[in-house]
Ligand binder design. Structure first.
Ligand code: CTP
Length: 416
């Protein structure tokens, strides 16, 4: 994908691992099979080429036509389906797959896969493919916790399969328990992580911060900012897409952490500093996208501030918070900062680069960026001229920043 750079030539936009991936989606029997239709549609929208394989049990709940309409491809269910120029049944499905995703994976299908049974199409594809297996189990609470199911799952995971969910909540029976299919968003995230796990950042450990901090004034009020966390969460997804291990340290946001990230929620700058310091101990890079408060109320009140008649309007004295990015340093740690400015963008970013010992600063207009879904950034680094990027959705900008970070990590490793 390409986008026109307002300052120069076209900008190459990195792709998500789902874009262009060959996905075999195995759907097994259970009421959650209806949710697989939404999943198939989302996989297609993300650029995946989706071949659906239905088990006999699945066909009791959903029809091949549903999936055929959503994927615009033939739906498979017969182990003896006729071969033609475009398909050699399970052989071509298995050979062409980049991932075998089974969602929902019923207790029966999990047992059959663990045993290696080959008397249905899903079983034969699973036995003949070398593509990674991702299971999204969904079943009744008791079946999930039965030692047989747990043993079968452990067997499959031991052979290298990955698992997303299940979750707790209301089950089809009306009872509350474990066994709900993971949300579509989580299954998509897990598929991205599995497809990207051998990517250019495989084996790299990153610490990424996101969102704004809240500095308490009293037990119910705080000083905060408008940061939504979108950029830090998008950076996390982009890094997971390329195989990195990510610790995401985030101030309060309404966003769901990308699947596969180690999530550390914090509130204040001091809490963020402590979390970052402990997480960077074995990390290769720190990317500070958080909008950290520079000041905090010096003496937060232990009780709610009241406006009782006759009481003076409170005067709030402020104290400095720690500068997390400047304060963290370790030999070999690559540090990336963000600079949200309202004037002299590049000059201010360059002085932050030097003052905080950074390898890269992503500079952008504070008003045009904070709490918005897109951003126009300039990349400022110690070597080379600033690089202005066009206004891009934050996931696209995040992917470009993470690609740049990949080059920095390579350079760093080569110079050591
Ligand atoms: N930062 C930090 N700790 C702080 C303040 C900022 O780690 N207490 C990080 C931010 O996450 C960002 C970079 O430093 O990556 C620059 O943040 P920014 O707010 O633009 O700059 P400041 O250094 O706070 O300077 P100023 O607000 O005066 O522009």
């Amino acid at each position: 994908m390409e986008s026109e750079d307002v300052t120069g030539g076209p900008v190459h936009l990195p792709r998500s691992p789902l874009d262009g991936a060959r996905i075999v989606l195995g759907v097994s029997g259970g009421i959650a099979a209806y949710k697989a239709a939404d999943l198939a549609s989302r996989l297609v929208q993300a650029g995946g080429m989706v071949d659906v394989v239905l088990t006999r049990g699945a066909e009791a709940f959903v029809t091949p036509l549903t999936f055929q309409a959503l994927t615009r491809r033939r739906v498979h269910h017969d182990v003896f389906e006729p071969w033609d120029e475009s398909s050699a049944g399970h052989i071509s499905l298995a050979r062409d797959a980049d991932i075998l995703l089974v969602a929902p994976a019923s207790a029966n299908t999990i047992a059959r896969l663990a045993l290696g049974l080959a008397d249905d199409l899903l079983g034969t594809v699973a036995l003949s493919t070398v593509a990674p297996l991702l299971l999204a189990p969904a079943m009744e609470h008791g079946m999930l916790h039965h030692p047989a199911t747990q043993g079968n799952l452990a067997t499959l995971l031991g052979r290298g399969a990955s698992q997303v969910g299940p979750e707790s909540g209301r089950l089809a029976s009306g009872a509350v328990g474990d066994g709900r299919l993971a949300p579509t968003e989580a299954i998509l995230g897990a598929a991205r992580a599995v497809l990207g796990r051998n990517g250019p950042l495989a084996g790299r450990r990153l610490v990424i911060t996101a969102g704004g901090t809240r500095e308490p004034l009293d037990p119910v009020r705080y000083l905060g900012n408008r940061s939504s966390g979108t950029m830090g969460f998008a950076l996390t997804q982009a890094a997971l897409d390329r195989g990195a291990e990510v610790t995401l340290v985030a101030g309060p946001t309404s966003l769901t952490p990308p699947w596969g990230a180690r999530f550390v929620p914090v509130e204040t700058a001091a809490e963020m500093e402590a979390a970052v310091r402990s997480a960077v101990e074995d990390a290769d890079a720190l990317v500070m996208a958080a909008a950290v408060a520079d000041f905090r109320p010096e003496r937060p009140s232990a009780r709610k501030l009241k406006k009782s008649p006759g009481t003076a309007v409170p005067e709030i004295s402020l104290a400095r918070t720690p500068d997390i990015l400047a304060g963290v340093s370790r030999p070999g740690l690559v540090k990336v900062g963000f600079a949200a400015e309202t004037e002299d963008l590049v000059a201010n970013a360059a002085s932050k680069l030097a003052a905080k010992g950074l390898q890269l600063v992503v500079a952008n207009d504070a008003v045009e960026t904070i709490d918005r879904p897109d951003s126009a950034a300039t990349l400022v680094s110690p070597d080379g001229p600033p690089e202005s990027l066009p206004r891009l959705p934050k996931p696209a900008l995040a992917a470009l920043v993470v690609e740049h970070l990949g080059h920095l990590l390579k350079k760093n490793a080569a110079s050591r």
